[in-house]
Design a protein. Structure first.
Length: 132
């Protein structure tokens, strides 16, 4: 069983009415009750949200975290990126329709020689019909 504390600092900046920039920093401190080992994981992230039209929104995010531990088996680094496009298509005889396309990439690299890197790429296409 672990105890964990997370401190987060983030801001949202709107330089233009259709654009939001969100940088963020966090630090996670984790203690393993069984072994007494401690793991510190600082991370940094960035998000860009753009809505050039009320029916269209593009969101991209990226973050990096590095776990530093007294237990070398718990040390790792993680890179996350994602891109999301939401488009409100409009009304039809089926109802209100929207289309979402999302792509995510995650790469976890273990620093111990026992584990190898684990990249992961996923995609999602979603068509929503409200009132069907």
């Amino acid at each position: 069983q672990n105890d964990a504390f997370i401190n987060v600092l983030s801001i949202a900046y709107h330089p233009m009415s259709f654009l939001t920039i969100e940088p963020g920093l966090s630090v996670k401190k984790e203690w393993d009750r069984n072994t007494g080992s401690r793991t510190d994981t600082p991370s940094a992230g960035f998000a860009l949200i753009c809505s050039p039209d009320r029916d269209l929104q593009f969101t991209s995010r990226a973050s990096y975290a590095r776990g530093v531990s007294e237990d070398p088996l718990k040390e790792n680094s993680t890179l996350n990126t994602s891109a999301l496009l939401n488009w409100k298509i409009g009304k039809s005889f089926l109802g209100e329709q929207s289309l979402s396309v999302q792509v995510e990439y995650k790469h976890v690299a273990q620093t111990s020689a026992l584990n190898s890197s684990q990249p992961n790429l996923t995609g999602l296409v979603q068509w929503k019909v409200a009132g069907f």
